[in-house]
Design a protein around this ligand. Structure first.
Ligand SMILES: [Fe+2]
Ligand SMILES: [Fe+2]
Length: 133
């Protein structure tokens, strides 16, 4: 599984948010590293990292939403819904993995696709909103 490489293209121009996005990339990559070994999906390490990803996403979304509120970001509800959808999907995938109903590739692809699309399309609106102010 390819690693997610951070680049300035992902920056939303807010240090604390960029830093948390980098950590999410790092956790996703740690999960990919862990999947190199056969049967890794049932290892304690895989589940620990996935659980950490879940918890850290919640922390990140809380930080991001608080920041967005502080800058009177419009249509925040829509953004909050996207975050909630991610949390729900990760929880569902964790259960599916345990029951052998999802592969680690499914999880890794979902994480990289969602993070990339959400940061570039939705989180980037923070930068746009700040530069328009
Ligand atoms: Fe977001
Ligand atoms: Fe974000």
């Amino acid at each position: 599984m390819k690693h997610m490489e951070w680049s300035d293209a992902y920056s939303v121009g807010v240090d604390v948010i960029d830093e948390q996005h980098r950590t999410l990339f790092a956790l996703r990559n740690e999960l990919a590293e862990c999947c190199r070994a056969p049967e890794a999906v049932h290892s304690e390490r895989f589940h620990d990292i996935l659980a950490e990803m879940f918890e850290y996403s919640r922390t990140h979304f809380a930080t991001e939403e608080a920041f967005m509120r502080s800058i009177c970001f419009p249509n925040l509800e829509l953004h909050v819904e996207e975050h909630a959808g991610f949390i729900e999907a990760v929880a569902d995938l964790s259960v599916a993995i345990m029951g052998n109903l999802a592969t680690p590739e499914t999880v890794l692809t979902f994480l990289s696709d969602w993070l990339t699309a959400h940061i570039l399309k939705s989180d980037h609106q923070i930068r746009d909103h700040l530069s328009a102010a």
